[in-house]
Design a protein around this ligand. Sequence first.
Ligand code: HEC
Length: 279
Amino acid sequence: MGTRTLVVCAACIVLAGCAGNGEGLDENGRPVEEGGGGSGVLTADFASIQANVFTPICTGCHTGAAAPLGLRLDEGVSYALLVNAPSTEVPGLLRVAPGDPSSSYLIQKLEGTAQVGARMPLGGAPLPQETIAVIRQWIAEGAQSSPQSTFPTSLRAAWPMQGAVLDGLSSIVVTADAEIDTTVLTAGTLVLMRSGGDGVLGSEDDIEVPAEIELRSLSPTVFAIRARAGEWPADVYALQISGGGPLAVTDLRAVAIDGDADGIPGGDYVLTFEVEESR
Ligand code: HEC
């Protein structure tokens, strides 16, 4: 009995300490353990928010090809899907509007003031006010990413995932893991094709899909690709970004991206996915 009381009190102290100094909490409301890149102390930088909030609390749902509203919050793609990315529920708001926490949909969802849907984390205890304050501060200070040193630079689709089958799509979101030279992203280095209805890419009836590129972040470079018609007819699609040949996308030192992710600069990045007739 005495031991039990002691244990309960120890937990109280840990929790109180947590609320006071802004440490991250796991899904059970306990302070986050060391590991996974987090220091255990939540600070107003993206790596810390990822390690102490998104990874332990949000990725129970916001991960994989079925992530709610296409919002994956896993490390490596969360930044691309948050910063300057429109909300699905309230398309007039950005999920994270750098410099403007109050009109960032992420904050509204965490504070429970959003016009649509539930407070996040869905079905769980709201984040402590101190934790939300740290995320607000990160946004107020410009919502910078945490510096990474990767070589060579590779690309990753934040949405949709490689090979995904989707009901619908608003845009493809691609992130590099560092800054790339965006001036060559247009004119020939990026091609979006669809199979023309037979499901077979690389055949004569393939159709090029006119696309628009919208730059969302410079470092790391994040861009969204929209079909110019605003429509994605049901079909099999391939996005190809050139990492070789006469015209390649390069990093800031003019070294070609590692498109095929083999660890060596060069090679094309190819993303294939399928849009189904929406039911
Ligand atoms: C139990 C599953 C679950 C958990 C955990 C969860 N979410 Fe969600 N999230 C959802 C669902 C489902 C929706 C869509 C329905 C709604 O908004 O109520 C959603 C919607 C959102 C949206 C709106 C996206 C948009 O584009 O409009 C944001 C932002 C969000 N969640 C952030 C978070 C954050 C940050 C966390 C962690 C603190 C989190 N969620 C934890 C299930 C979850």
